[in-house]
Design a binder for this molecule. Structure first.
Ligand SMILES: [Zn+2]
Length: 462
């Protein structure tokens, strides 16, 4: 067996790992790099392997940095199938269609400003063609990829339908039976809506994410109390709460938490506006897969007959005009809108209107990357440059890290400790300095094993 690390190698986006087993080639994830630097655009257009020689793709989950380059794979000659869980199939299609729309808009903008014609990496028709070949399976369903190669998806607890990928095969190079586990993005216990991530103990070879390889999150149990005291304060002073959120998973989790607090009487029933057409489509997919939710959320739907996405105080905004009308909305409200990292999206327009008012609160509940407006806002500036306009920042700014969807250092170490057969770990999907910390801790825990931090394009024979 050979692994070539073709993305998310010593960085967090563009997840792609190529496995060559018994003359067959399988790609784990086919992600997009999400920054817009020239080198990333080149990376997204060209693969580090020939797509024509791939036999199948196994997709861990529906985030863009894991699924976003699948249409391009087909454009460049891939003829096989993509396997993932059923919710991932539906969610990733919406993510890819949204990415196609953004690429078309960017190309139109470049033409308008520079008069140059640029070809998007893929169009919506490429997405629809590609998704005809995506096969949705159930967790633990055994896939026979080749005579001696089987695969299964186990719950990763990161977003709806997210999977860890298990590969069991007889390696013709040495005649040995081997088990490889790819964590995908590995989630946390006790998250709203989601079942806790599975513990798979049989792995001998582990490709492990390391996003928070050196960090420890605040306990999730504090999030309900934090929401109550922060939002009640704003309510009493007659302000609005603005929550930037990703359309996938974070928006649905927020709705679940807010609905629960309002139904329990811990928060007044303040109107909630979800101002993201993509999030609205995602909510519909969530409702199709209630059986994937955790016990508590299923009880809410089936036994108590409450739908956390469809209460009378939850409003879904579609058109731009409707979104603009929110500026004139009188009274308290909670506005949830994209983008999650404030790198674009409708929330930026709400900021222009609401940041100058000290009654309002911006509640940051996700990771903010460098160079984004979100990162600048967390530094509590007195004003912020938005679309060439200097906007005074008088609103209260608060940040909670307890909703992170990634396992932290302790979660990952706890998991790895439960793998008695482990021989080799490949750390991916993390920044080198964070990986180094995790690597040292794993070696303390299991001194006999090898822990590698492959670089982009590195090939390792096992
Ligand atoms: Zn993810």
């Amino acid at each position: 067996m050979k692994i070539k690390f073709c993305g998310a190698a010593q960085e967090v986006t563009g997840s792609q790992h190529l496995l060559s087993i018994n003359g067959k080639n399988f790609l784990l994830d086919c992600g997009f790099k999400q920054t817009n630097s020239d080198s990333d655009l080149i990376y997204n257009r060209n693969f580090l392997f020939d797509p024509e020689m791939l036999d199948a793709v196994l997709l861990s989950h529906a985030h863009l940095d894991h699924c976003g380059n699948i249409p391009n794979l087909y454009k460049q000659g891939f003829k096989g199938s993509v396997y993932c869980t059923k919710p991932t199939k539906d969610l990733s299609r919406l993510i890819a269609l949204d990415a196609a729309k953004l690429q078309a808009q960017a190309a139109a903008q470049i033409y308008k400003v520079y008069g140059t014609i640029t070809e998007p990496i893929y169009k919506d028709t490429d997405v629809e063609y590609a998704w005809k070949n995506v096969i949705g399976v159930k967790y633990y369903e055994e896939l026979q990829l080749d005579k001696n190669i089987k695969a299964e998806f186990h719950n990763a607890g990161h977003i709806l339908g997210s999977g860890q990928i298990v590969l069991k095969f007889k390696d013709e190079d040495d005649g040995q039976n081997k088990t490889l586990l790819f964590t995908g993005d590995y989630g946390r216990r006790f998250m709203p809506l989601l079942q806790d991530p599975d513990i798979y103990t049989e792995a001998e070879y582990l490709i492990c994410e390391s996003t928070y390889g050196n960090g420890v999150h605040t306990d999730i149990s504090t999030v309900f109390d934090d929401f109550v005291w922060l939002i009640k304060d704003v309510y009493e002073r007659g302000g609005k709460v603005l929550i930037p959120a990703f359309a996938l998973e974070r928006t649905q989790e927020l709705l679940y938490i807010l609905h629960w607090l309002m139904e329990q009487g811990r928060l007044p029933k303040i109107p909630i506006f979800v101002d993201s057409p993509l999030a609205n489509q995602m909510v519909e997919v969530y409702e199709d897969y209630k059986e994937y939710f955790d016990e508590e959320s299923r009880q809410e739907f089936y036994k108590r007959g409450k739908n956390p996405f469809k209460a009378e105080y939850i409003n879904y905004i579609e058109g731009i005009e409707e979104s603009k009308m929110l500026n004139g909305y009188k009274g308290q409200a909670i506005i949830i809108a994209g983008s999650g990292m404030l790198s674009g999206g409708r929330m930026i327009f709400h900021f222009m209107h609401h940041l100058p008012n000290s009654k309002n609160l911006v509640l940051v509940v996700g990771f903010m990357a460098g160079e984004t407006l979100g990162k600048q806002l967390l530094e509590q500036p007195s004003d912020l440059m938005i679309f060439k306009e200097l906007v005074p920042v008088k609103a209260q700014i608060e940040s909670l890290d307890s909703l992170s969807g990634h396992a932290d250092k302790l979660d990952l170490l706890n998991y790895i400790e439960k793998m008695p057969k482990l021989k080799k770990v490949f750390l991916v999907h993390g920044q080198p300095e964070k990986m180094e910390v995790l690597r040292a801790e794993i070696l303390k825990l299991k001194p006999g094993i090898e822990v590698l931090m492959p670089v982009l394009g590195e090939e390792i024979q096992i």
